[in-house]
Design a protein around this ligand. Structure first.
Ligand code: GRF
Length: 207
């Protein structure tokens, strides 16, 4: 049986689109059962609707504070009974109500623990690194701080600006995301401290 995956996005949704494409193959092992967002009217949400995937919107400004929004987000996710939540270009920090209840992964356009936060590509360029990349990790209650599942390096080229570098990162990011979500779905995983392993084992942290 396919793993049930809820994808969270805030914008373009090119990573979400790559996942939806991969999930058309029943052998992939994951089914995108819903797409959630904090912003109505984005390209990503429109694309999900056009593909017939259920969507839900939980606007931050409709809630009195962060924890009320976080609880609402957690409840809306839970309605779809996911095995895995994928934050793929979701630009808000998910709090304890989501992270404590759902197994969730996030992609980040830098080689963590370098350059966490919302401006990773800009910060890496400003720092003058020659190699940056992308990371997929499990979410914990910190900012881009959870156990790392996979990383891919991307060299910085002379003359790169934020947009050219981010576009090259996104090409490798989509492959990494599709590969990792497929493996997690088909093989399961275990987390031992900061170390993630594919496959189901008998440890108490087995998922
Ligand atoms: C990705 O680079 C992701 O790592 C970052 O935001 C970007 C989202 O792109 N958090 P898209 O919406 O999937 O096109």
């Amino acid at each position: 049986m396919s793993a049930r995956v809820v994808v969270l996005i805030s914008g373009t949704g090119s990573n979400m689109a790559a996942l939806m494409e991969a999930a058309k193959d029943p052998a992939y092992g994951a089914e995108i059962v819903a797409v959630g967002t904090d912003r109505e009217g984005t390209r990503g949400v429109e694309a999900a609707r056009a593909a017939g995937v259920p969507t839900f919107v939980v606007p931050f400004r409709s809630y009195s504070d962060r924890s009320a929004w976080d609880r609402a987000m957690s409840d809306r996710i839970a309605e779809h009974e996911p095995d895995l939540v994928v934050s793929a270009g979701f630009m808000r920090i998910l709090g304890p109500a989501v992270v404590g209840r759902h197994q969730a992964v996030n992609i980040h356009p830098a080689l963590l623990p370098s350059f966490p936060g919302a401006h990773a590509v800009r910060d890496a360029l400003a720092h003058g690194v020659r190699i940056t990349g992308t990371t997929i990790h499990f979410l914990d209650e910190g900012v881009d701080s959870g156990p790392i599942i996979d990383q891919v390096a991307v060299p910085v080229e002379d003359g790169d600006d934020e947009s050219s570098l981010h576009e090259r990162i996104k090409v490798v990011e989509r492959r990494m995301l599709v590969d990792t979500v497929g493996r997690l779905s088909r093989e399961g995983w275990s987390i031992d401290g900061r170390h993630v392993r594919f496959g189901r084992t008998d440890t108490k942290e087995n998922r």
